[in-house]
Design a protein around this ligand. Structure first.
Ligand SMILES: [Zn+2]
Length: 335
């Protein structure tokens, strides 16, 4: 999967450091123990000669198979006895048996991140976690998933069209799940609209569903960036000043190049001509280069019409799946 290269680089370097630190800490514990328990140092010195002893056994037997086997057996028994003594010394001095061994965070891959050619599950988890951090999703929203999206907060009372907020959200939820599940598959690429547009009042779950999609795509290795329209517009306008992120790169480029850009709170950016033009340019250039977006806004379509040029509105209607979030603020229902 095409994890963002900066994310991979950061995580692999973390793993390398982790592995080195575990080995170094073990070595330090060992050296300190040798000072207190010199007999342990002697045993370890003998144990380290095992390989050499085995080679000697073979060479000194002059090709006699039986003699070789006997000598090897004797060396092995001696080795076992040394191991037993070592364990005994540690135990009688109240140290655990593996006190001098490296203590890895993951015993499966010994913090290398790999089992043979396959990524260890711990490396996958670390890549997802770093991808989430890198995406710009806030601490709280990082935990928002499809699994913890609760439809029961939405009213089942039907309106004049025989549709309840619950029914409506159920449809939206399915749409979002499908978007995440099929993302970048041939089926997804064939669909006429590959972007989502969420609109409706605050507290109706727009951010929750954006985050749930982001999480799922990041776990699959896609590069997702989340930010508010205000921050995105600001970054482009201030690009003469600092525009380098913590990862040492141009943030504006990432807004343009990531797989999925989530523009939250469209309409909260400063309403000057420059902001509007910036937002338009981002949406447009991402559409042209077939890069996907989720845009969410508290504005109604009429308000968007007033605020932005017709060209933006028509692009949204034409190239986004427009989903209207309805109901009452579920943040209050939760309380
Ligand atoms: Zn592992």
């Amino acid at each position: 999967m095409p994890y963002n290269s900066k994310v991979i680089k950061k995580v692999l370097s973390d793993f390398e450091n982790k592995e080195k630190a575990a080995v170094a800490a073990a070595e330090k514990r060992k050296q300190e123990l040798y000072k207190i328990l010199p007999e342990l140092g002697y045993i370890d010195q003998e144990l380290s000669k095992t390989q050499f002893k085995l080679v000697r056994d073979i060479l000194s037997s002059g090709g006699d198979a039986l003699e070789t086997a006997e000598k090897i057996e004797k060396t092995k028994l001696g080795n076992q006895e040394l191991q037993r003594m070592r364990t005994e010394i540690l135990k009688s001095n109240n140290y655990s048996e593996d006190y001098t061994k490296p203590q890895y965070e993951c015993n499966v891959c010994k913090d290398t991140g790999y089992q043979g050619d396959d990524m260890c599950i711990c490396l996958r988890k670390a890549l997802s976690a770093e991808g989430l951090r890198y995406s710009g999703l806030g601490e709280m929203t990082r935990n928002q998933s499809f699994a913890n999206f609760n439809l029961n907060y939405y009213s089942k009372e039907k309106d004049k069209n025989e549709m309840s907020a619950y029914d409506n959200m159920k449809i939206i939820l399915e749409r979002c799940k499908k978007f995440a599940a099929k993302y970048k598959t041939p089926e997804f690429e064939k669909a006429p609209n590959k972007n989502l547009f969420f609109f409706g009042g605050t507290g109706l779950g727009k951010t929750h569903l954006s985050s749930a999609i982001a999480r799922e795509l990041i776990e699959k290795g896609f590069d997702v960036v989340y930010d508010t329209a205000q921050k995105i517009a600001y970054a482009f306008e201030k690009e003469r000043f600092s525009k380098i992120s913590d990862y040492g790169e141009d943030v504006t480029e990432r807004y343009l190049n990531c797989d999925l850009l989530i523009i939250d709170d469209l309409g909260t950016e400063y309403g000057g001509a420059m902001s509007v033009a910036t937002i338009y340019n981002i949406i447009n250039s991402r559409l042209v280069t077939n890069r996907n977006m989720i845009i969410s806004t508290n504005l109604t379509l009429e308000q968007i019409n007033l605020r932005y040029e017709d060209s933006i509105v028509s692009r949204i209607i034409g190239e986004f799946i427009v989903l209207k979030f309805a109901g009452s603020d579920i943040r209050y229902e939760k309380k």
